[in-house]
Unconditional design. Sequence first.
Length: 148
Amino acid sequence: MRALLQRVTQASVTVDEQIVGQIGHGLLILLGIGQRDSEAQVKTLVEKIIHLRIFEDEQGKMNLSLLDIGGQVLVVSQFTLYADTRKGRRPSFTNAAPPTLAEPLVEHFKSALAEHELTVAGGVFGAHMDVSLTNDGPVTIWLDSEQL
């Protein structure tokens, strides 16, 4: 499971010209599900994300976690995080999970975040989405459950 975290002051996702999810201060999480991922990876990744100290304290140092600031989360499924570009010019996505595996894990991921009393919004799985954000910092962090 792969997650690209972007610390934001605001973010939204639009489908068919309708906003389907939006947040204020917190994290936009682009989430990719791999072929071998399961609920175990969800738990590992959620625990890392909610405790990661990437928000600034009063002195401007990154000392606070998502939980510390009561931040909000926007989760957008993105299979392209599993792009393999080693050969040729067209990426291969064979390492990305099929929708029948990925969609339930994305929903479980959002539920696991919400269990920590965080406001969680999301996109529409499999839809063409327009994502808008204001990256705060900018701060962008890459997480891969295989490396945790």
